[in-house]
Design a protein around this ligand. Sequence first.
Ligand code: NDP
Ligand SMILES: O=C(O)C1=N[C@H](C(=O)O)C[C@H](O)C1
Length: 267
Amino acid sequence: MTTNRIGVFGANGRMGLALLEAATIKEQTQLTGAYVRSSSSLLGINVNQVNSAADNSVSFSDESTIDNVDVLIDFTLPAGMKNHLKTAVAQKIPMVIGTTGLTNDDMALLHDAAKHIPIVFARNYSVGVNVLLNLVQTAATKFGDDLDIEIFEAHHRHKIDAPSGTALAIGESIAQAKGWDHDEVAVYDRSQVETAKSQNEIGYSVLRGGDIVGEHTAYFATMGERLELTHKASSRMTFALGAIRAASWLKNKPAGLYDMQDVLDLK
Ligand SMILES: NC(=O)C1=CN([C@@H]2O[C@H](COP(=O)(O)OP(=O)(O)OC[C@H]3O[C@@H](n4cnc5c(N)ncnc54)[C@H](OP(=O)(O)O)[C@@H]3O)[C@@H](O)[C@H]2O)C=CC1
Ligand SMILES: O=C(O)C1=N[C@H](C(=O)O)C[C@H](O)C1
């Protein structure tokens, strides 16, 4: 197996810094690019000075100077991801994307780009959440129709998008199993509603605080019993190592849009 050379966008972000470390420690993987914005004060600084576990032969560089990279990884914001996607397509470099908060239009861009390069897009790169996406389908279809389905998620105080990408992925997985259109059954706010809920809905609730890495619970509540399926991430390295695993899996794949369940053979 040849070494997979990894370039990381948003290399100074919370996930970016974890990815620099994950690409350094994972076997058969080499960190070759750590990209920050052209305005960043980190340009030219060794990555090791910011994360002591990252490869000390690599310095932060401008995101327009990509060289010696087999797979690019993006955990940034939607605006950054869209620019980075254009770069990857222009240079024909496969891409692993973890950025959340994408709109339907952003998703259409991903589908278009995937006609030209292989892309893994996942809203959560942990093994546990990807197993959970299957478990919720079983739960959603075994209780009958008298069932209330709610999803709760909790994240750190800095998180911008809500509900989290993972919560939405869980909801979409449930909707698929029930044969529902997710956009029609998703309920994000009950504060203005003065009627009781119906059984054909998926309710979302959100907590933001402190340093919570990421917690998700799917509730399946009926008369007399309730099933709660919970996943708790305790380290960003879980996501970063998952993304590096996806990058290794992706290296010689044909153009197309894949997800972490493809990588983990969970479909
Ligand atoms: N799929 C998964 O498993 C996971 C996904 N995520 C997602 O990853 C994303 C990043 O999370 P996190 O690391 O906590 O966020 P941070 O805010 O810590 O980092 C964001 C990074 O993106 C960069 N960035 C933002 N906008 C742009 C832009 N327009 N162009 C170029 N770079 C840009 C920032 O650069 P600068 O500092 O210069 O602003 C920064 O380096 C979020 O969408 C989050 O939901 C997070 C964890 C796991
Ligand atoms: O922003 C985060 O931190 C996370 N974002 C992802 C999401 O939106 O689901 C994944 C993980 O929960 C951490």
